[in-house]
Unconditional design. Structure first.
Length: 184
């Protein structure tokens, strides 16, 4: 399984070109720069002031990119203790704010729901958690009425998602499929 590089960079906003330290953990795959650039171009009109949830945060690149571009808050969820510690260190070093919950996404979503305007759904591919996490986000009050949901999966996988999530845009990068949905 692929391991992540030692550093990646934030590509836009006030933290542009800031470097994030990335722990060397098997299976950790930060969202590629060109995918993040495309995603945040899609989100540009709606990101300012958004409350975001970065489930299965890993490096936290998606959530930190959101903070850099004007999101009001980001809740990061990362069960791996090393990854969570590096994420906290990156947030502190960049003075980026955000909170890190050191638990897995399923357990986190069993807690008290707060509606988010934007959710990043990028679980470890081997865990195949898309449907489970999407159902919990939808049914348990974690999404605002017109929330945006970003879903990242292997190119050949079409995750089962709630029927009221309407595909807004999608793209591919190598073996990766990335898609932005709107809750209706």
């Amino acid at each position: 399984m692929k391991t992540a590089p030692g550093r990646i960079r934030i590509i836009g906003g006030h933290l542009r070109n800031s470097r994030l330290n990335v722990p060397d953990l098997p299976g950790l795959r930060p969202t590629p720069e060109r995918v993040r650039e495309t995603l945040f171009n899609w989100l540009a009109p709606t990101i300012a002031g958004a409350r975001a949830l970065d489930l299965c945060a890993g490096t936290g690149a998606l959530g930190i990119e959101a903070l850099s571009r004007g999101a009001a808050t980001v809740q990061f969820v990362e069960p791996d203790a090393r990854a969570a510690a590096v994420l906290r260190d990156n947030l502190a070093r960049l003075k980026a704010g955000g909170e890190v919950a050191g638990t897995d996404a399923v357990r986190f979503l069993q807690g008290k729901a707060q509606p988010y305007d934007l959710a990043f759904l990028d679980p470890p591919f081997a865990a195949q958690l898309w449907a489970t996490l999407a159902q919990r986000l939808e049914q348990d009050g974690w999404l605002a009425a017109s929330a945006w949901i970003y879903v990242e999966s292997p190119r050949e996988v079409a995750p089962a998602l709630p029927p009221n999530w309407t595909l807004h845009r999608e793209g591919h990068a190598g073996e990766l499929r990335f898609a932005l949905y709107r809750r209706m």
